[in-house]
Design a protein around this ligand. Structure first.
Ligand code: IPD
Length: 292
């Protein structure tokens, strides 16, 4: 994994091209992923718990976010910041960076090699229902996989086995043949209801996967390692970069009905499969008494 040389920007920082934002995000995400991997090798310690005892933050999460935040502030001081582990700050440029310093923190804690640094640049709003994602990068340091996309520029994977491979979702997969990724809440009460949704789904699809990183799940759909992904309860930083990567690979990414992806639902698949899966997942959520 090599980071590209540091990008330089014109003085017109209020309207940067998506490609410039992507170059910056990519360079910082690769460096942050290397930091995260080094800290994993040293041994990981839980710094605190958040929404529940299962919802942990490690010292490496905080260090990674501080590192990313400082690098972004240095390169683009006028931009806003929305990250998982620190206070959000508005900017004046119209661009906000949406950052998950380690997505898949529980995998990271257990040394399961499915965690990632996720960085996206969005514009228009800090609300996923209203923002437009311009650039996104997701880096799995263990596999050396760098997923990236810019708006209108396509989605790509760079890894030791793939040099800038263009990504495309699996097309023409019937619901009954679909391998579907999902995830569960840190709240035990919600997890039980999500279990009911999975019970209703598992007999209607090929199988279910729960890999433990929403950002990587979305990239897996973009790459064709999964046919579809559906999860309730994501935070904006979990899906900001992955959703753009998935869309640029040809997926329909959204929530229930015409809604955009959100904490209520993030569902991604090739459009024909999404059209079959979405009403089923919605019905299962209704039956499990999960708000729509
Ligand atoms: C979590 C992961 C997990 C998903 C959870 C997320 P975190 O993010 O993406 O796969 O099921 O909903 O909260 O806490 O590891 O950054």
């Amino acid at each position: 994994m090599t980071s590209s040389s540091s990008a330089s920007f014109s003085s017109d920082s209020a309207a940067p091209a998506s490609a410039e934002l992507l170059e910056l995000a990519r360079s910082i995400a690769i460096d942050a992923a290397e930091l995260v991997a080094r800290r994993r090798a040293d041994g990981v310690t839980v710094a605190a718990t958040k929404s529940s005892l299962e919802d942990v933050v490690t010292f490496a999460d905080r260090e990674s976010e501080d590192f990313i935040r400082a690098r972004l502030a240095e390169a683009r001081p006028e931009d806003g910041f929305l990250g998982e582990e620190s206070e959000a700050t508005p900017g004046s440029s119209g661009i906000t960076w949406v950052v998950d310093p380690i997505d898949g923190t529980v995998n990271y804690l257990y040394d399961i090699p499915a965690y990632a640094v996720s960085i996206a640049a969005v514009t228009g709003s800090t609300d996923p229902a209203e923002w437009t994602a311009l650039a996104g990068v997701v880096v799995n340091p263990v596999l050396g996989e760098v997923f990236s996309a810019s708006a209108g520029g396509g989605a790509f994977l760079d890894s030791p086995r793939a040099a800038h491979r263009r990504l495309a979702v699996n097309e023409d997969v019937a619901l009954a043949q679909a391998l579907v990724g999902t995830g569960f809440s840190y709240s035990a009460e919600v997890r039980v209801k999500q279990g009911q949704v999975v019970t209703g789904l598992v007999g209607k699809v090929r199988d279910i996967r729960r890999a433990g990183s929403a950002a990587l799940d979305l990239c897996s759909v973009a790459l064709g390692r999964l046919d579809a992904y559906a999860e309730r309860g994501l935070n904006p930083w979990d899906h900001a970069a992955g959703a753009l990567i998935c869309r640029e690979a040809g997926a329909r990414v959204g929530g229930f009905g015409d809604a955009k992806e959100s904490g209520v639902m993030t569902l991604a698949a090739a459009p024909a499969l999404a059209a079959e899966l979405e009403p089923l997942v919605r019905e299962l959520h209704r039956n499990a008494d999960l708000p729509l």
